[in-house]
Design a protein around this ligand. Structure first.
Ligand SMILES: Cc1cc2nc3c(=O)[nH]c(=O)nc-3n(C[C@H](O)[C@H](O)[C@H](O)COP(=O)(O)OP(=O)(O)OC[C@H]3O[C@@H](n4cnc5c(N)ncnc54)[C@H](O)[C@@H]3O)c2cc1C
Length: 305
């Protein structure tokens, strides 16, 4: 029996575990991947907005945690596959056959990039699909590319790629871009970027690598093809909540609903970080939510003694 089991070892889960340990709680963190850090492994841009810490990328940010994590006394199991969770009973079953029990559960399972779901998207992974403008742009320098999406991440990546690519085509399904004004103004000033709004990318084509995309502008009008060598998709994220089914209250997109103390609709089940924060997913938010959940759990457990 543990005091707390935390699902996910990204920034939110690690912050929760760090605080639980500081507050003397018996804590176990379960991580499905073979490494801790979550999305930090996909952050290739400098992190300059976490008060007091500036790093060149996500991995360097994670390295700052290392000393504190190593000296903390919580248990951390990586490569651990959870097969089912009974949130009410606080019981977790693992693929290994083990069954775990705790007094509180903290869900810190984060988000995954939303997929477009078009032919070619999976087939060309690593063969023309661009994971990050910051990381991959040298590889695509001198080639025409296409970016899908209209938010900050899509437009920021289009701007980065425009520094090295002859043309960048941005495809967005809505009428207006949702990205912050500063990005949109910079984009509008660049002649090498073409924006197709109210348009969708319907197919990615090629042989060994990406050679073209198919874009559909309006229902009833024939889609057209555009020759490009790279495609970057940034159409938002989805919460990792598949494990919990109908056990919890969520918003219409599946993000877990929490109170001001990070508690979910199930007593003594908390959710922290991006999985419960669709509007403001940040490292500061993840760290703060973890601290809040840990303190609330410790207060409840001490009150019960
Ligand atoms: C390209 C990029 C740039 C960014 N730049 C910034 C920035 O400059 N500043 C900033 O503040 N934020 C930035 N962010 C956002 C920041 O990285 C996230 O807000 C933060 O990582 C959220 O942490 P999290 O722990 O909630 O989720 P995640 O980082 O998503 O971690 C979730 C963890 O849970 C694990 N998990 C999921 N499901 C299960 C399961 N069933 N069982 C066990 N483990 C599970 C995952 O493997 C993962 O390790 C950026 C994100 C990206 C992608």
């Amino acid at each position: 029996m543990h005091d707390v089991i935390i699902i996910g070892a990204g920034p939110a889960g690690l912050s929760t575990a760090f605080w639980c340990d500081e507050l003397g709680l018996d804590t176990l963190v379960l991580e499905q991947s073979d490494r801790i850090g979550g999305q930090l492994h996909r952050v290739y841009n400098p992190i300059e907005n976490y008060l007091g810490v500036k790093t060149r990328n996500g991995v360097e940010f994670l390295e700052r945690f290392a000393g504190d994590i190593e000296s903390a006394e919580f248990d951390l199991w990586t490569q651990t596959e959870i097969t089912s969770v009974d949130l009410k009973a606080k019981r977790i079953s693992l693929a290994s056959g083990e069954s775990l029990q705790s007094i509180a559960i903290v869900i810190a399972s984060g988000v995954r990039p939303r997929e477009l779901g078009v032919p070619g998207e999976k087939e060309f992974a690593g063969k023309g699909m661009i994971e990050s403008g910051a990381r991959d742009r040298e590889q695509f320098a001198g080639h025409d590319v296409c970016v899908v999406g209209g938010g900050d991440a899509a437009v920021e990546n289009a701007l980065l790629l425009a520094e090295v690519c002859p043309t960048v085509t941005l495809v967005h399904r809505r009428k207006k871009l949702r990205a912050r004004r500063e990005f949109v103004e910079r984009l509008q000033a660049l002649h090498c970027i073409t924006v197709f709004t109210e348009s969708v990318l319907t197919r990615i084509m090629g042989d060994e690598t990406v050679q073209a995309v198919e874009i559909s502008r309006k229902a009833g009008i024939k889609p057209f093809q555009l020759a490009v060598r790279g495609v970057l998709i940034r159409i938002g994220v989805e919460p990792n909540t598949q494990l919990f089914g109908e056990q919890l209250e969520t918003d219409e997109k599946g993000f877990i609903t929490v109170s001001g103390t990070q508690e979910t609709s199930v007593p003594m089940v908390f959710a922290v970080g991006d999985v419960s924060n669709p509007l403001a997913p940040t490292l500061s938010g993840a760290a703060g939510a973890g601290a809040t959940a840990a303190k609330v759990i410790a207060t409840r457990l001490n009150a019960g003694k």
